[in-house]
Write a protein that binds this ligand. Structure first.
Ligand code: ADP
Length: 611
């Protein structure tokens, strides 16, 4: 054991040194506290004997300093003092000493005290080594867990990117009214499988965020009644597919708009309701929502396989699944663990009542304060029937390096009547934004040459683009990245895979526009069909490049040039007279939007063009 003696009385130091060294210890003597502390910083000593009355720094201060070192708590500190009054002893102990020895030493007593101190010193040395080992193991586990989470996050990101393309195009195809039922069924199956895969990837991502304490709740005003409606409609559909009755019992006095984290509440309800459906073979599933003194109480009840007593706590553990041959095993076993974490983060807890073979009831209550009526809230877009919007044409720039993602977004927004340009990296986005002056930019964050955050910063420094809205798009927007986006000048963000409804909602919010939906649109086209009917002449369309030019001129509001161009088409393609007549008539009334709709109609029927 290493022992340090600090005393300016060299004779006494040497005597003590001899006594302690003969007991098999390594002993060093120091004549001042300063020298001793310098040494202690470098080498750990198990036993330190300090004289109280040292020149310079006194023994009490020396004792305090040693205790302040990270390993100081593992040393046994003993103060020598000539003063025996109680106050001086108290001071010694307060300074961190374990014991004191009275000078002049009684040799027998000294030996006994040293023996005890040695034992204490050895115990502490053992504890120190064990603590160090524990710390090393913890550090290693932490770095392994960090590596695991980084790996999970990057793999999930890689998996989500191709899913973007798959889910994006199934959404577009589902909107296509010309599908045969068999094709539609195939597309719906692809979409469902993709959604399922996405839920699992999201669960893994959420789990790794929870593990690394990067999981957050973002409350804001949202339309609660629409959320409930969408849940009910999803599970009505599932219940029909599974032929398992699903009942929704909602209190009449539920608030319409509330403050809460809509995305996370949706996630919890989806998980609990999907489980209820999944683990029920006969009987029914009931979804209850009640308003209890302003708090919202949720119940999800099923008559399914139930959960045994011994598995009740375990089902909330990550990856825990109860094997059951009656149920086709699917899922990650993360859903309940994540749901409970979210509910706890929202300041509540989830409870479960269950009886094997009889069913299960999950319950939780959340504080979801009702939002004031005048609080800003945009209506959710519940269907995908939007075909246009009111007002002048708006311009959108899509900055995204992956072809499929770009063309998927382009297909959606172009169909609705936005003027679209594309950029394949941040640098090009800045250049195109400068010349195109878009109303909105969809900015991917991870792009080659220049990333989205830097591009946003550059765009924000261009005065002509100060009204341009920028929406960040990324597969993995953590809280930190969101902050970075906002600091750089983004107005909003959306996660990949981009959901059509969510994208349209954000565009609506940021551009402050009102949609034209299918019904309005069909009226619109009925108007045209009526004209078509009276005219009784088939419309032959000019070649696509001519239509494209018309579209561009309409977008830029160049009516004089458009008139000239129509004249040119009349000359070159006289057989298209019904087409040019109609465009001219609309142009005379300055109905540019209607020209656009008409051209879109032609695009969809372009088998009938002049060639
Ligand atoms: P997953 O459903 O993906 O397996 P969860 O975390 O959502 O994961 O659920 C964990 C386990 O809890 C399930 O595997 C199942 O054994 C059990 N469980 C959850 N909900 C129910 C339910 N409504 N009825 C019976 N068992 C359930």
């Amino acid at each position: 054991m290493k022992v340090m003696i600090i005393d300016d009385d060299l004779l006494l130091s040497d005597t003590l040194k001899d006594i302690i060294a003969t007991r098999g210890n390594q002993v060093k003597t120091f004549s001042s506290a300063e020298l001793a502390i310098e040494e202690y910083q470098k080498v750990f000593y198990s036993l330190v004997l300090i004289d109280i009355g040292l020149p310079g720094m006194d023994g009490l201060e020396c004792c305090r300093r040693i205790r302040d070192f990270p390993k100081g708590k593992y040393s046994v500190l003993i103060i020598f003092t000539g003063l025996t009054h109680i106050e001086s002893l108290r001071e010694s102990l307060e300074a961190g000493a374990d014991d004191y020895l009275k000078k002049p030493f009684d040799l027998d007593l000294l030996k006994i005290r040293l023996e005890i101190a040695e034992k204490q010193g050895l115990d502490r040395l053992e504890r120190m080594l064990a603590d160090e080992e524990l710390k090393r193991a913890r550090l290693m586990a932490e770095s392994a867990s960090l590596a695991k989470n980084t790996f999970l996050a990057s793999v999930s990101h890689e998996l989500r990117t191709p899913l973007n393309g798959i889910l994006g195009y199934t959404q577009i195809l589902k909107r296509d009214g010309n599908m045969l039922p068999k094709q539609l069924h195939a597309i719906e199956t692809i979409h469902e499988c993709g959604e399922h895969l996405l839920t699992m990837i999201n669960d893994v991502l959420d789990f790794s965020s929870i593990e690394s304490q990067k999981f957050f709740i973002f409350p804001k005003v949202f339309n609660f009644s629409l959320l409930l409606k969408s849940m009910i409609s999803i599970f009505r559909m599932k219940s029909q597919q599974k032929e398992l009755p699903f009942y929704a019992e909602l209190d009449e006095n539920l608030p319409e708009k509330v403050v809460g984290d809509e995305k996370r509440l949706r996630q919890i309800l989806l998980n609990l309701l999907s489980n209820a459906m999944k683990y029920t073979i006969n009987g029914h599933v009931i979804f209850r929502v009640k308003n209890i003194n302003g708090n919202i109480h949720f119940e999800i009840e099923d008559t399914g396989i139930g959960i045994s007593e011994e598995n009740l706590e375990k089902i909330f553990l990550p990856f825990h699944q109860v094997p059951d041959e009656r149920i086709q095993r699917e899922g990650t076993g993360l859903g309940l663990s994540i749901s409970r974490t979210i509910i706890r983060m929202m300041g509540s807890d989830i409870s479960v009542k269950t009886r094997p073979t009889h069913g299960t009831l999950f319950k939780f209550t959340l504080e979801l304060p009702e939002a004031d009526d005048d609080e800003m809230i945009h209506e959710k877009i519940c269907d995908t029937t939007i075909t246009g919007y009111q007002g002048p044409v708006k311009k959108i720039l899509i900055a995204e390096d992956i072809d499929q993602n770009r063309s998927f977004i382009r297909d959606i927004i172009e169909h609705i009547g936005f003027a679209v340009k594309e950029a394949i990296n941040g640098m090009e986005a800045v250049r195109k934004a400068y010349s195109f002056i878009p109303d909105l930019i969809l900015m991917d964050l991870l792009m080659p040459v220049m990333g989205g955050i830097e591009a946003t910063r550059k765009i924000r420094s261009i005065p002509t683009l100060k009204h341009t809205k920028i929406i960040a798009v990324s597969a993995n927007i953590s809280h930190k990245t969101q902050q970075k986006c906002f600091r750089a000048g983004c107005d909003d963000y959306i996660t990949k895979p981009v959901q059509v409804n969510e994208l349209l909602e954000l565009i609506q919010e940021n551009l402050n526009i009102s949609w034209i939906n299918d019904t309005a649109d069909s009226d619109h086209f009925e108007k045209y069909s009526a004209i078509e009917h009276t005219e009784s002449k088939p419309i032959i369309f000019p070649p696509p490049e001519e239509i494209k030019t018309i579209n561009t001129l309409v977008l830029c509001g160049k009516t004089t040039r458009l008139k000239k161009h129509i004249r040119k088409i009349e000359e070159n393609f006289p057989q298209c007279d019904a087409f040019t007549d109609k465009v001219r008539r609309l142009l005379d009334d300055f109905r540019l939007e209607d020209i656009q709709h008409f051209i879109h109609q032609t695009k969809e029927n372009n088998t009938n063009d002049v060639r």
